[in-house]
Design a protein around this ligand. Sequence first.
Ligand code: ARG
Length: 250
Amino acid sequence: LNMFAADLDLWKNSTLNKIVQKGELRVGLEPGYMPFEMKDKKGEVIGYDVDMAKKMAKELGVKLTLVPTAWDGIIAGLITDKYDIIISGMTVTQQRNLEVNFANPYLVVGQTVLMNKSLEGKIKTAQELDKSGYTIVTKLGTSAEIAIKKFYKNAKIVTFETEADAVSEVLNNNADAFVYDQPYNLLFMADKGKDKLVHLDKALTYEPLAWAIRKGDPDFLNWLNNFLRQCQEDKVVDFSNELYNKWLVD
Ligand code: ARG
């Protein structure tokens, strides 16, 4: 059996090998994006992605370290090796894919609109909000920002550092609508949105969510895709449906 030096180097330098050698999986994520990663009352980070990361570490036989990171700079942090992988509800975009590799999607979401209730009846679709005089808000550096810049040519667009700050603008009547990933909007609506917002829940975009890793690492990518596939196929006893039901179905 021959193992060529180049192959051996590839494996030695693979993130997968380093994780196993160090006995640690470092996961970059930005809490605040429910139900994927958010802080509970004790300040602990919980959610769909966190449970998935725990399962991943368990299968790798290593300990898990969560590395909370601001969204702005989360890709830079991966590239500079602050963590091994981003598990943070990240949408696969062609722009991001120039900088990182993505494993296969684990879920698909789309952008929806949380509109100020004062517009109920007057506005029935996301399209009708595209008029000067209306203000649309979202979080900086997200796929939602890309989407609204594409969809809204006449309305005013304002972005905020966090999703919570952005949606608050609508609650406080400083903006007319908040555009963001549908699972977040559903939960926000059920919690703080009642009597104050209207959910225009027709998805405006198609957004696969996937784990991001550094480029040039086929060993790690191979492990992740096979792990994901197994989890999805094992859904009766394993986390795919279990996690979905726990975090995404009320
Ligand atoms: N899916 C959106 C995007 O990729 C938002 C993700 C935000 N994730 C987070 N953990 N804050 O741009």
